[in-house]
Ligand binder design. Structure first.
Ligand SMILES: C[S@@+](CC[C@H](N)C(=O)[O-])C[C@H]1O[C@@H](n2cnc3c(N)ncnc32)[C@H](O)[C@@H]1O
Length: 321
């Protein structure tokens, strides 16, 4: 089978600068995807380095595994896992506990492959409303649309989509499902289009964008996962180890910013999306943040790669000796 998707990795040069890799380094790519970043990381840690790479999407793992198959002089360990299992996976793979990473990368969100796959991430084609990154478990978007009560739908669409028409959209879904089953992206997109008054449609994005994003975040528990993953990675970094996180919308960037600020000892833990707090962070700083403001890609990269358009990169270094 050929490798089905290779997209340009977002902010690759900046990632490499902040990761500051050395031969022999041990690095985690928490979002393997099409192995765009990983392909470059292995060059930076050869010879003798180790790459641990996770994805919860088995299609991504398969494609990335093929892409990395010819790599020599570096140990590559792939795992089908989600961020919240990160510490457990590293412990199982290494037989060790405690900090072992020189670098960790999170390139959050959905991959171009997932958007192009027929899994219901996009309203541009009529597909089953699945939206699971991990096809092997969890509730689909259609399950949520069928089972969540109206208040819960309002919460999801408002909290994760920041959609000001969350209430009427949730109402329309509740009414629609009295006599129909919402199964496809086309049905949902049409419902949103009928519900939001034409004069209130956004100019720069499709009127259903926010509702789709909200459902995707809920299906994949993306913000909780990101907060847990970043915390785990920070705990697993060795002193001097680097963390780099790229986010693609304001909710994700907020999680990255707050988690780093919390780990830097500058902020009390935020309860939202923070099921696990740093016990150690109460009094002492675990990291120093290296990016006062998030970095954004240059115009040239955005012109080449539209996925980079909304990217924001933040980085930190683990403190201690
Ligand atoms: C933006 S893509 C990564 C692209 C990759 N950096 C590259 O250059 O090819 C994000 C990937 O992370 C995976 N992912 C997102 N959230 C995850 C989570 N909580 N646990 C594990 N993998 C996750 C997705 O399945 C997707 O394949």
């Amino acid at each position: 089978m050929s490798v089905p998707f290779v997209h340009e990795p977002v902010m690759l040069q900046e990632c490499m600068q902040f990761l500051d890799l050395k031969p022999g380094a041990v690095v985690l790519d928490a979002t393997l995807g099409g192995a765009g970043h990983s392909s470059r990381i292995v060059q930076g840690i050869a010879p003798g380095g180790t790459l641990y790479a996770l994805d919860r999407d088995t299609e991504a793992l398969e494609a990335a595994g093929q892409r990395l198959a010819s790599v020599r002089n570096v140990t590559i360990v792939l795992a089908h896992a989600q961020f919240s299992d990160l510490e457990l996976v590293l412990k199982q793979k290494t037989g060790r506990e405690g900090p072992l990473l020189d670098g960790a990368l999170f390139d959050a969100g959905v991959s171009s492959h997932q958007l192009d796959s027929a899994r219901g991430f996009s309203f541009l084609r009529d597909e089953a409303l699945d939206m699971r990154m991990n096809q092997q478990s969890g509730r689909t978007a259609a399950d949520i649309l069928a089972e969540a009560d109206e208040q819960e739908l309002v919460r999801i669409i408002w909290e994760f989509g920041e959609e000001r028409f969350a209430r009427p959209i949730a109402r329309a879904i509740a009414v629609y499902r009295q006599n129909n089953v919402l199964r496809t992206t086309g049905q949902l997109a049409a419902l949103v289009q009928q519900t939001v008054p034409r004069k209130a449609w956004p100019r720069d994005i499709h009127v259903a964008t926010r509702t789709f994003m909200a459902l995707r975040i809920e299906v994949n528990q993306e913000l909780d996962q990101l907060a847990q993953g970043l915390r785990a990675a920070i705990r697993m970094l060795k002193p001097g180890g680097r963390l780099v996180a790229i986010s693609f919308h304001s909710l994700e960037d907020r999680v990255v910013k707050h988690t780093l600020a919390e780990a830097a000892g500058r902020k009390k833990p935020v309860p939202a999306h923070s099921p696990e707090l740093f016990a150690e962070a109460d009094r002492q700083a675990l990291v120093q943040v290296l990016t006062a403001k998030p970095l954004q890609p240059g115009g040239e990269e955005v012109a080449r790669n539209s996925r980079a358009r909304s990217a924001k990169l933040r980085a930190a270094v683990k403190l201690g000796t």
